[in-house]
Write a protein that binds this ligand. Structure first.
Ligand SMILES: [Zn+2]
Length: 407
């Protein structure tokens, strides 16, 4: 359904209800209907970062001062999160490959510890799409695992299956800086990256994609260059995902996807998981960036991710001040969903936050505010079925298809 049709339907519903009610009653009805939908659909956030000391006394998954913890997931009705095994790019030496592998194993262990030892009654790891229905029906939260940066395997194809066995069900091929698999959308001068090293996906990268298809791990094209994304889409037998990316047509950021790539993604049967990272959501002027910096500096921090040391009142004040300078909010975020749905259809778009990795917009600043996303979608005329697809139905279709290809 096109946006215009949706708006017409929404206005029709609005006036039908308005005929019998006052405006505030109408708003209440919309709110409670959105709540019903939020409670009934499986909500999946495809990208949430964790630190190396996750699931230790220092970072308790239940209630640590972070954007995602189990209490906030429950409070916000976020049923499932992909916890991310991220490794940072460094110079490609044998020693650094070993370090990347060690860091990856530390994070796999942390996610396993959270689910298997610390909170088995609250959360369970899904290893297959079949697991998801069973765990969801049990009333527990769900975890899944994604790897961010194919650098985690270095040049060792065999590590893919090892990581799969530890639970990884998608892998972002590269991060910031080129690796042996793919060119990054953001080359790094400090590693002497040229604009393009492989002109897309390398020969080794093609083997990596084939191996991922063989074992049933989803290919994630976020972070890689446009040519690399087009190559991956062409090379992968299974549909691919962009685990946290937005539409370039709305926000001209190199991490976002242009129309050509989005149309190729649609052809491939894949899904773009729109992401609530403010600089990908909304273009900021130099003045706005400076204003943001000043607001944060006033509270003694440089980035919003550092605000957990502040009181709740201070954090709320920051939100109000950011709102006053037109900082990205949930409505701006859902504009990317609208745009992508119009271009490539409701079956190819999903949702992600990039929480604890730089994500967060006003209204969806942590997992406890997840309902605001559903409310915004419903208010724009998306049906329950549409919302189910956006909140993970499409992602699960791709996962299922990846399982089928692997068989
Ligand atoms: Zn990322």
């Amino acid at each position: 359904m096109k946006i215009t049709q949706r708006i017409v339907i929404f206005i029709a519903i609005f006036f039908f209800v308005l005929g019998k009610n006052t405006f505030s009653q109408t708003a209440e009805i919309i709110f409670s209907e959105a709540q019903n939908i939020h409670n009934e659909v499986l909500t999946i956030d495809s990208h949430d970062d964790i630190p190396l000391n996750f699931a230790t006394e220092a970072v308790d998954p239940l209630n640590a001062s972070r954007q995602v913890n189990l209490e906030k997931m429950q409070l916000g009705g976020l049923n499932m999160a992909f916890f991310i095994v991220y490794v940072s790019q460094s110079e490609r030496t044998l020693e650094n490959y070993e370090k990347a592998k060690a860091d990856a194993l530390t994070k796999f262990n942390a996610i396993q510890r959270m689910a298997n030892e610390m909170y088995p009654e609250l959360i369970e790891i899904a290893y297959s799409t079949q697991d998801i229905e069973r765990i969801y029906n049990s009333g527990k939260l769900l975890a899944a695992i994604g790897i961010e940066n194919g650098y985690a395997i270095g040049t060792d194809l065999a590590l893919l299956e090892k990581y799969y066995d530890l639970g990884a069900r998608y892998m972002t091929l590269a991060h910031n800086g080129h690796n042996d698999i793919a060119d990054s959308a953001q080359p790094r001068a400090q590693f002497n990256d040229r604009y393009a090293e492989h002109n897309g996906i390398s020969e080794f990268g093609a083997q990596v994609i084939a191996e991922m298809n063989r074992i049933g791990m989803m290919v994630d094209v976020s972070h890689i260059s446009k040519q690399a994304a087009l190559d991956a889409i062409r090379l992968s037998e299974a549909p691919v995902i962009a685990s946290h990316s937005n539409a370039r047509a709305l926000t001209d950021h190199i991490r976002n996807m242009d129309d050509e790539t989005l149309l190729a993604l649609k052809e491939n049967g894949g899904v773009m998981q729109a992401t609530a990272l403010s600089s990908f959501v909304k273009q900021q002027s130099t003045e706005q960036r400076e204003a943001t910096r000043l607001i944060l500096a006033n509270y003694g921090i440089e980035r919003i991710s550092q605000w957990w040391g502040l009181t709740i009142n201070e954090r709320n004040s920051i939100k109000n001040e950011l709102s006053a300078i037109d900082y990205a909010d949930v409505s701006d975020f859902i504009d990317h969903v609208d745009y992508a749905v119009n271009l490539i259809g409701i079956d190819h778009v999903g949702l992600s936050s990039d929480f604890d990795g730089g994500g967060g917009v006003l209204g969806w600043f942590d997992a406890s505010e997840t309902f605001n996303v559903t409310l915004e979608l419903f208010s724009r005329g998306y049906s329950k079925e549409d919302i189910r697809k956006l909140w993970g139905g499409n992602l699960l279709r791709v996962w299922k298809e990846t399982e089928r290809v692997a068989e």
